[in-house]
Design a protein around this ligand. Structure first.
Ligand SMILES: [Zn+2]
Length: 113
């Protein structure tokens, strides 16, 4: 999972760190608003936590897909084709977990004061 916000002046999505499991956790870490500067236009801005949204980090899913592909291949060479069934669901499980984490984060909104 990764966090992002959209820049108010250039409308470009920016990555946000630190990453927390929920918006509530993030609020405890950084407060209601965060001071950020856009990577593209360098505009300094305050972003309310509700404007920060979570998205699936495809990088890890792609990496896990290749890792499981390699594991499958090794197992397939060493043993029999049946091992393929064990390694292939790994990226799927990861993808489902990622989606779950993203949904969890985006569902909860902090109350505006
Ligand atoms: Zn910008």
């Amino acid at each position: 999972m990764r966090l992002q916000y959209v820049c108010v002046s250039c409308r470009q999505p920016n990555k946000y760190t630190p990453v927390a499991a929920t918006r509530g956790d993030l609020q405890m870490k950084v407060g209601d608003e965060v001071q950020v500067s856009c990577k593209r236009c360098k505009e300094e801005q305050k972003v309310h936590l509700n404007k920060i949204s979570a998205a699936v980090n495809n990088k890890w899913i792609v990496i896990s897909f290749f890792i499981s592909l390699i594991i499958s291949l090794i197992l397939w060479i060493l043993f029999a084709g049946i091992w393929l069934i064990i390694a292939i669901p790994i990226p799927m499980i990861l993808w489902a977990a990622e989606n779950n984490a993203v949904r969890n984060f985006n569902r909860y909104r902090i109350r505006k004061k």
